[in-house]
Ligand binder design. Structure first.
Ligand SMILES: *Cc1c(COP(=O)(O)O)cnc(C)c1O
Length: 221
């Protein structure tokens, strides 16, 4: 087995153990294998081993890698987890099964237009900047209620859940708890939270999607 397949199996086993420990349903957590920067030949063994959900950060990179991989694995799901420019909304709706980084009205508007035009409806997560970090994408917790309302009412978007990336220098659990609380208040089921270093805490606090890169594919150069 390749290192990737060994680490993928170990990650899946850990998630299974965590869902048992935290008394969650076995299939309540989707593992998104974050394959950004990894070439197709590194992703292929994970697909062959049965992994189906993958995360990418860049539209151009995903466009170069995934059409070929999808020909061989038509049921692969590709999730956009990186920042998305509004002028890439058309390509994003064509390419991705889910978008985790909706955080601005200009993007909401363009996504709504492309969804209406194409009839394709990627699963949508609104990114929340739970640490209010100036350099990071996401809607401030102070503005999230108004933003969700705007997405739904003005742009007619169906929002499936929320996503966050906690500040690197803080314990992640309070951020995961805050995201879960906001989602519950809005009746949103999806919680995209937890990465290689902290997916256990995220699963404990209700994550439905964990985004795990380096623990599966190794360090990115
Ligand atoms: C790169 C990335 C991940 C994966 O990070 P790892 O620490 O390698 O697991 C998860 N989420 C987002 C938004 C990312 O950009």
């Amino acid at each position: 087995m390749s290192d990737t397949v060994t680490r993928l199996a170990a990650t899946q086993a850990e998630i299974a153990r965590m869902t048992r420990d935290f008394e969650r349903e076995p299939d309540s957590v989707t593992l998104i294998a974050v394959s950004k920067t990894m070439p197709a030949e590194v992703i292929l063994p994970a697909l062959e081993a049965g992994q189906r959900a993958f995360g990418e950060n860049y539209v151009q990179e995903a466009k170069a890698k995934w059409p070929g991989l999808r020909e061989r694995f038509p049921d692969a799901q590709v999730h956009m987890i990186g920042p998305l420019q509004s002028n890439k909304a058309r390509e994003a709706v064509e390419l991705f099964d889910a978008i985790h980084s909706l955080d601005r009205e200009s993007l909401a508007k363009e996504l709504a237009r492309e969804i209406a035009r194409t009839g394709r409806a990627p699963t949508l997560f609104v990114q929340v900047n739970t640490g209010d970090e100036p350099q990071k994408g996401g809607v401030s917790p102070a503005e999230i209620d108004a933003f969700l309302e705007l997405c739904r009412v003005r742009h007619g978007l169906v929002i499936d859940g929320l996503m966050c990336i906690p500040p690197a220098d803080q314990p992640p659990s309070p951020h995961f708890a805050l995201l879960a609380k906001i989602a519950a208040r809005h009746g949103l089921r999806g919680l995209s939270m937890g990465m290689s270093a902290d997916f256990e805490a995220a699963i404990q606090l209700g994550a439905t999607h964990v985004r795990v890169g380096s623990a599966i594919f190794g360090a990115r150069s």
